[in-house]
Design a protein around this ligand. Sequence first.
Ligand SMILES: [Zn+2]
Length: 88
Amino acid sequence: MPWWHSKGIEWAMGLSADELRLALAVIARRQADADATLDCPRCGHAGLALADRSARPYAEWYQLSCAGCGLDETVHIPLGPPVIGGLD
Ligand SMILES: [Zn+2]
């Protein structure tokens, strides 16, 4: 089973699995540092816009927009009981 499927993550199909992995890293970076400069998961452009549209406590929604390559995708992370196992 793909790692993202086991975690219940859904995302717009415009992102590849590798891009999703990078997108999740970007989201984690923003959560760790609200002022962090974020890199686009597709083109690496610094200055990715990340909008938190989460509907806590049910789910987290993030919209990623990049002025460099035109990326405009959303990532949905369901909240709930912890899932056993990490990203790897
Ligand atoms: Zn980009």
